[in-house]
Ligand binder design. Structure first.
Ligand SMILES: [Zn+2]
Length: 119
Protein backbone atom coordinates (compact mmCIF):
# COMPACT_ATOMS: atom_id res chain seq x y z
CA UNK A 1 0.00 0.00 0.00
CA UNK A 2 0.95 3.62 -0.45
CA UNK A 3 -0.59 6.88 0.65
CA UNK A 4 -1.54 9.43 -1.96
CA UNK A 5 -2.70 13.02 -1.66
CA UNK A 6 -6.40 13.06 -2.52
CA UNK A 7 -6.12 16.51 -4.14
CA UNK A 8 -3.42 15.68 -6.70
CA UNK A 9 -2.85 11.88 -6.45
CA UNK A 10 0.85 12.38 -5.66
CA UNK A 11 2.37 9.55 -3.63
CA UNK A 12 3.25 10.86 -0.17
CA UNK A 13 4.53 7.64 1.40
CA UNK A 14 6.81 4.81 0.49
CA UNK A 15 5.41 1.29 0.33
CA UNK A 16 3.81 0.47 3.70
CA UNK A 17 1.85 -2.48 5.03
CA UNK A 18 -0.50 -2.67 7.96
CA UNK A 19 1.21 -3.33 11.29
CA UNK A 20 -0.53 -6.31 12.81
CA UNK A 21 1.82 -7.01 15.74
CA UNK A 22 1.12 -4.06 18.03
CA UNK A 23 3.95 -5.22 20.33
CA UNK A 24 6.23 -3.54 17.77
CA UNK A 25 4.88 -0.08 18.66
CA UNK A 26 7.46 1.93 20.62
CA UNK A 27 5.70 4.31 22.98
CA UNK A 28 8.89 5.81 24.42
CA UNK A 29 9.35 9.56 24.00
CA UNK A 30 11.86 10.46 21.29
CA UNK A 31 11.51 7.08 19.58
CA UNK A 32 9.78 6.21 16.32
CA UNK A 33 6.36 4.96 17.34
CA UNK A 34 5.76 2.90 14.19
CA UNK A 35 8.48 0.70 12.63
CA UNK A 36 9.58 1.75 9.13
CA UNK A 37 7.50 0.21 6.34
CA UNK A 38 4.27 -0.02 8.30
CA UNK A 39 1.10 1.92 9.00
CA UNK A 40 -1.67 1.69 11.56
CA UNK A 41 -5.17 3.13 11.38
CA UNK A 42 -6.25 4.90 14.54
CA UNK A 43 -9.27 3.31 16.17
CA UNK A 44 -9.67 6.35 18.42
CA UNK A 45 -8.45 4.43 21.48
CA UNK A 46 -5.16 2.59 21.01
CA UNK A 47 -2.93 5.32 19.59
CA UNK A 48 -1.80 8.68 20.94
CA UNK A 49 -3.61 10.68 18.26
CA UNK A 50 -7.00 9.46 19.43
CA UNK A 51 -8.61 10.46 16.14
CA UNK A 52 -10.54 7.63 14.58
CA UNK A 53 -9.55 6.85 11.00
CA UNK A 54 -6.26 8.74 11.04
CA UNK A 55 -3.41 6.86 9.37
CA UNK A 56 -0.06 6.77 11.21
CA UNK A 57 3.32 6.04 9.65
CA UNK A 58 7.03 6.39 10.44
CA UNK A 59 8.41 9.82 9.46
CA UNK A 60 11.11 8.08 7.37
CA UNK A 61 8.40 6.61 5.13
CA UNK A 62 7.31 10.05 3.89
CA UNK A 63 8.07 10.97 0.30
CA UNK A 64 7.18 13.99 -1.87
CA UNK A 65 6.31 16.11 1.14
CA UNK A 66 7.38 19.41 2.64
CA UNK A 67 6.77 21.29 5.84
CA UNK A 68 3.91 23.75 5.88
CA UNK A 69 4.72 27.27 4.65
CA UNK A 70 2.81 28.76 7.60
CA UNK A 71 5.48 29.02 10.30
CA UNK A 72 2.86 29.08 13.04
CA UNK A 73 2.23 25.39 12.28
CA UNK A 74 5.87 24.48 12.92
CA UNK A 75 6.19 24.91 16.66
CA UNK A 76 8.22 22.62 18.88
CA UNK A 77 11.23 22.35 21.14
CA UNK A 78 13.75 20.21 19.22
CA UNK A 79 11.29 18.86 16.66
CA UNK A 80 7.71 19.57 15.65
CA UNK A 81 5.01 19.13 18.26
CA UNK A 82 2.11 19.11 15.81
CA UNK A 83 -0.08 20.94 18.29
CA UNK A 84 -0.95 23.78 15.93
CA UNK A 85 -2.65 21.96 13.09
CA UNK A 86 -1.45 20.19 9.98
CA UNK A 87 2.26 20.79 9.44
CA UNK A 88 3.00 18.59 6.41
CA UNK A 89 2.02 19.24 2.80
CA UNK A 90 2.53 17.38 -0.46
CA UNK A 91 4.88 18.88 -3.07
CA UNK A 92 1.84 20.56 -4.65
CA UNK A 93 1.13 22.41 -1.39
CA UNK A 94 -1.91 20.44 -0.25
CA UNK A 95 -2.23 19.88 3.48
CA UNK A 96 -2.00 16.17 4.24
CA UNK A 97 -1.04 15.46 7.83
CA UNK A 98 0.72 16.23 11.06
CA UNK A 99 4.27 15.27 11.96
CA UNK A 100 4.89 14.83 15.68
CA UNK A 101 8.62 14.71 16.28
CA UNK A 102 9.31 16.70 19.41
CA UNK A 103 11.49 15.45 22.27
CA UNK A 104 8.61 14.81 24.67
CA UNK A 105 6.55 12.46 22.48
CA UNK A 106 6.81 9.31 20.40
CA UNK A 107 7.51 10.28 16.74
CA UNK A 108 5.18 9.62 13.80
CA UNK A 109 3.14 11.28 11.08
CA UNK A 110 -0.65 11.20 11.32
CA UNK A 111 -2.56 11.63 8.07
CA UNK A 112 -6.05 13.03 7.96
CA UNK A 113 -8.18 10.42 6.13
CA UNK A 114 -10.10 13.20 4.36
CA UNK A 115 -6.87 14.37 2.70
CA UNK A 116 -5.02 11.16 1.82
CA UNK A 117 -5.95 7.74 0.55
CA UNK A 118 -4.36 4.31 0.94
CA UNK A 119 -4.06 2.61 -2.42
ZN1 LIG B 1 -1.42 17.14 -3.29
Amino acid sequence: MKLICKSCNLEVSKQVSELLDLNLLDRNVGHNYIPEGFYVIDDGITYPVGLKGYILINIKDLTNTNYHSDQSRLNGCCGYDGCDGLNRICLNNHEIGTERSDCWMPHYVAFNPELVQLI
